[in-house]
Design a protein. Structure first.
Length: 442
């Protein structure tokens, strides 16, 4: 059981506890019901792109096992479920609507409604239809308008049945891993492309917001951003750590909250900046009802030659998870209070937080003690941030179950429920049982 002070807001009946997943990571059934290929199907097939050339063809087979998985969610006693809708299941290459794709999410949503579970749907969690990548993907401004058409289809179909619509998940990863360092699909490593993709993604988000408002008046609309706070390695690195925050955190949140990119970063990268018009910035800064924040770790930054050049430092005397990320609950607290000071934030939901551990099932149980400690300490940071005035309304554990962890394949397990990929057996880990107990004790 996770424990918080008795008067903690986390025990408030209105505070939403949830679990999160994403379509490509859990669904499998990539060839079923006329789903089109996505950039991740293509990327996984490239030798060397993904650990052991794993792919999402089967994943957790959630497309077929969704009923069992939703029963599992209900059994945990969570208030909310965050999942994503796969664009390649909804819109065909010729622009027509694939009813079978809508039907699948209708089944999921109906089951959640029956269980009285609040629904947060992410409209884009990285599985861009391959036919759009063939026309330039996120480097093509037209993709933002295609996204708006897709959002029109989904939101006019489901309307208020979805309580929270999140436009994009982590445009930082889509743009910077997808197009700047090439670690994610479509695997382009080019600075100019990274910034171009970023701008088109944010434009897509901005175009979607008024459509969502029109079609789902009573729902909440927002975006999910990922932030890793940058700490200076020493006194002389304070300015570069701040620059790193400008480049990775404020580059994404400032346009949304204030309609502008951070000037210093813009000037530094002037040679690789896309065309940015005033009108675009007005679209991008459409008012949102909530901000989803994903956080896992912090970075430690040192100077690398002349300002503002910097490098990441890997400290040796710190605790790390299986994926190598430092455990730093204080970083989450700092991030939340810093952002709250810098912006006038809408209500915040922690839409992802969690740990990868090298779990084994022993006698039918999984003792993921590091993950339990991780949740305890990070939830305590959320509690403290609320006490310091940050308006945090909910927390989603990443993830409901082990799944396809992008370029790490199935090697990294982030679930609170263990998945045996041979048998598709689900085993709630100790961390899941602790959630269940905590939620029941409220
Ligand atoms: C985030 C992604 C999510 C998952 C976690 C570990 O960047 O949004 O899909 O892979 O990391």
């Amino acid at each position: 059981m996770y424990r918080f002070p008795e008067d903690s807001k986390l025990y408030d009946p209105d505070f939403l506890f949830g679990v999160a997943t994403a379509s490509y990571q859990i669904e499998g059934a990539t060839n079923v019901d006329d789903r089109c290929p996505s950039i991740w199907d293509t990327f996984c097939a490239k030798p060397g792109a993904v650990y052991k050339q794993h792919n999402g063809d089967v994943a957790c087979d959630h497309y077929h096992l969704y009923q069992d998985d939703l029963n599992l969610i209900a059994d945990l006693g969570v208030d909310a479920y965050r999942f994503s809708i796969a664009w390649p299941r909804i819109i065909r290459p010729d622009g027509t609507i694939n009813q079978k794709g809508l039907d699948f999410y209708d089944r999921v949503i109906s089951a959640l409604e029956e269980k009285n579970i609040t629904i947060m749907a992410t409209l884009y969690h990285w599985d861009l239809p391959q036919y759009l990548d063939d026309q330039g993907g996120w480097l093509n401004r037209e993709t933002a308008y295609k996204f708006a058409e897709y959002v029109e289809v989904v939101s006019s179909y489901f309307g208020d049945r979805i309580d929270f619509y999140a436009t994009l998940n982590e445009p930082w990863c889509s743009a910077f891993h997808g197009y700047r360092d090439g670690k994610h699909a479509p695997g382009i490593a080019d600075e100019k492309s990274g910034y171009q993709a970023c701008h088109n993604l944010l434009l897509a988000h901005g175009l979607a917001i008024p459509i969502l408002r029109k079609n789902a008046e009573n729902s909440k609309h927002g975006i999910v951003l990922n932030f890793t706070p940058n700490y200076p390695a020493n006194e002389s690195a304070i300015d570069v750590a701040d620059f790193a925050d400008q480049e990775h955190t404020h580059w994404f949140i400032k346009p949304i909250m204030e309609g502008k990119y951070p000037e210093e970063v813009y000037q530094h990268y002037i040679d690789v900046m896309p065309l940015i018009s005033e009108e675009d910035m007005a679209v991008i800064s459409a008012e949102i009802d909530f901000l989803g924040i994903n956080n896992y770790t912090r970075s430690v930054i040192d100077k690398d030659g002349q300002y503002p050049n910097y490098k990441k430092v890997e400290l040796s005397d710190v605790e790390r998870t299986h994926i190598g990320w430092e455990v730093c609950p204080e970083g989450l607290l700092k991030l939340l209070t810093d952002l709250n000071q810098a912006y006038s934030l809408p209500p915040v939901y922690i839409t992802e937080n969690g740990a990868a551990t090298d779990d084994k099932v022993i006698d039918g149980a999984v003792d993921d003690e590091q993950r339990c400690r991780y949740y305890q300490s990070h939830l305590s940071s959320v509690d403290q941030a609320i006490r310091k005035g940050v308006d945090i309304r909910g927390y989603f554990a990443w993830s409901l179950m082990d799944n396809f962890e992008w370029s790490e394949g199935y090697k990294m397990r982030f679930g609170i429920v263990h998945v045996d990929y041979e048998t598709q057996e689900r085993t709630p880990k100790r961390s899941a049982l602790a959630f269940k107990e905590t939620l029941a004790s409220r």
